[in-house]
Ligand binder design. Structure first.
Ligand code: CDP
Length: 219
């Protein structure tokens, strides 16, 4: 039986940075579940499918293959790791994530990976739906201002020039859609440990999480 570590939380709470570092420290496989939803979103955008066209997105899933290889995300055989980080994909990613048929595909990919190795998975529903029996569950939070600032730094570092207030609005909207959807909403699992990352460095956060993991795994 392999170990799963769940890292959930809202947009920009620092999940992926922390989860990646933890996976590296423990030599676990890192599953970026958001990247899978982002790849679906990218394909829908490329095909000109409207985000409200649920049936169109479900139909599109029938000939869609998403895969992780060497820490990169492949969509139908093409590396899309950079494209899925665009602001357009971020802003739209919550829509395909509302569709249960899309979530089923994404869930299968994650559970298949976890059958053969230890994993650290980050997302919204890892501790509640994907790996409800995960031995260790974190729920990361931070104020919306801090999360928007972090996202802005990432985007603007790649030469873009987005406004803080637009980013706050986008993050609030995504959080609202993610928390209120019917299937697998963003929710802290009852047995998850809450990590508030406001005002903390990533090094502090990761060492707090690794300390906890160490205690739990060696109990
Ligand atoms: O990095 P960020 O937190 O901005 O987003 P992400 O983790 O890449 O996820 C992108 C979108 O996918 C989220 O806004 C959610 O709508 C969706 N998602 C989800 O519904 N469930 C997951 N386990 C992961 C992501």
């Amino acid at each position: 039986m392999y170990t799963a570590i769940a890292v959930d939380g809202p947009a920009g709470a620092g999940k992926s940075t922390a989860a990646k570092r933890i996976a590296k420290a423990l030599s676990y496989f890192y599953i970026d579940s958001g990247a899978l939803f982002r790849a679906v979103t990218l394909k829908a955008i490329q095909r000109g499918i409207d985000m409200s066209d649920t049936l169109g997105i479900i139909h599109m899933m029938k000939d869609t293959v998403i895969d992780f290889k060497d820490e990169k995300v492949y969509l139908d055989g093409k590396d899309v790791s950079v494209e899925i980080r665009s602001n357009n994909v971020s802003a739209n990613s919550s829509y395909p994530a509302m569709i249960s048929e899309v979530r089923d595909v994404v869930a299968d990919i994650q559970r298949e990976i976890s059958k053969t190795r230890n994993v650290v998975a980050d997302g919204r529903d890892i501790g509640t739906t994907i790996f409800p029996d995960a031995k260790i569950k974190f729920f990361m939070i931070a104020s919306v201002e801090e999360r928007a600032k972090r996202r802005l730094l990432e985007l603007n570092a790649s030469g873009k020039n987005y406004e803080l207030r637009d980013m706050i609005e986008q993050i609030n909207k995504r959080d609202r859609i993610d928390s209120t959807r019917v299937v697998s909403p963003l929710k802290k699992a009852d047995d998850a440990i809450e990590i508030d990352t406001d005002g903390k460095t990533i090094d502090d956060v990761v060492s707090e999480m690794l300390d906890y993991i160490d205690k739990r795994l060696n109990k």
